[in-house]
Design a protein around this ligand. Sequence first.
Ligand code: DAH
Length: 338
Amino acid sequence: MNSLVAQMQAVLEDAREALAGLSSLEELEACRVRFLGRRGEVTLLLKDMGRVDPSERREVGRAANEVKAAVQEAFAAALARLERGRSLASGLDVTLPGRLRRAGRTHPVTRVMDDAVAIFRRMGFVVADGPDQETVYHNFDALNTPEDHPSRDPQDTFYLADGRCLRTQTSPVQVRVMESRQPPVRIVCPGRCYRRDTPDATHSMNFHQIEGLYVDRRVSLADLKGCLEEFARELLGPQVQVRFRPHFFPFTEPSIEYDFSCILCAGRGCGVCKRSGWLEISGAGMVDPAVFEAVGYDPEIWTGYAFGMGIERIAMIRHAIGDIRLLYENDMRFLAQF
Ligand code: DAH
């Protein structure tokens, strides 16, 4: 082989080695001067072309140009590598592929809660709030619930070391609101509740309720019924009917349980409503005078209704969900459906 071509190939090897070890653009510039500068190693070798025997000049010339191109290519690659490193160091890697941003969705429980709050606000209710860690007084005593009531049993209620409990219902917020302001009162309180239930398809230790309370002069059971009917139609559609059944709660007298007609079978009877045509929603009633006395309202002047509802229950009805636990497992295959 022509010795000039051999020398050029050796320089190419040297250049590749030097470029591989570079870590800054300054070093790259020094390297460029060393190989490709006016007095650089490659440049000088190319100048020697004049001394090559004319019979070999063509072939050597081609080989020399190839080597020069290879050195330039190695420089371009080194520059790209260093620039990429620089943008990485500044936190931006412009060579990364684009990222598809997956839009989140509102959880079905949150949606029912938001919808319920919006409907009650349109009816003139304002939102009130209370603590999840509640005093036994607010959760039970002030709600006229006697010491020996089964719901107070430690088997059913989580008691805290300091004597408070995790609220088993949103009803204690009624008490807090009435303690802090004078009637008329028209509030709803959405929130989490806790009970020592064994989880199954319809029970969870942690669930949500929305509580309603309306106190004024001459409030009647008919007002309660009108409110719940209007709510049911707004939430689930104009064909929904509401039914009251007599019941007992310590904090209301009279007390009722109320059902919505089944929206899945239009009341004809199906698996979700257990062939009855009706879906149990929750409890309600006229505020018991004992509750008014506990908060300092005169029961001779003031009357009121109260109601509670389970939000998970309504979400399950709305979407025909058969197991409450699905709402808390965070399985994307389930949640992405809503
Ligand atoms: N707190 C009751 C429960 O968790 C539901 C309830 C019933 C709320 C009657 C009320 C009411 O405000 O008046 O089962």
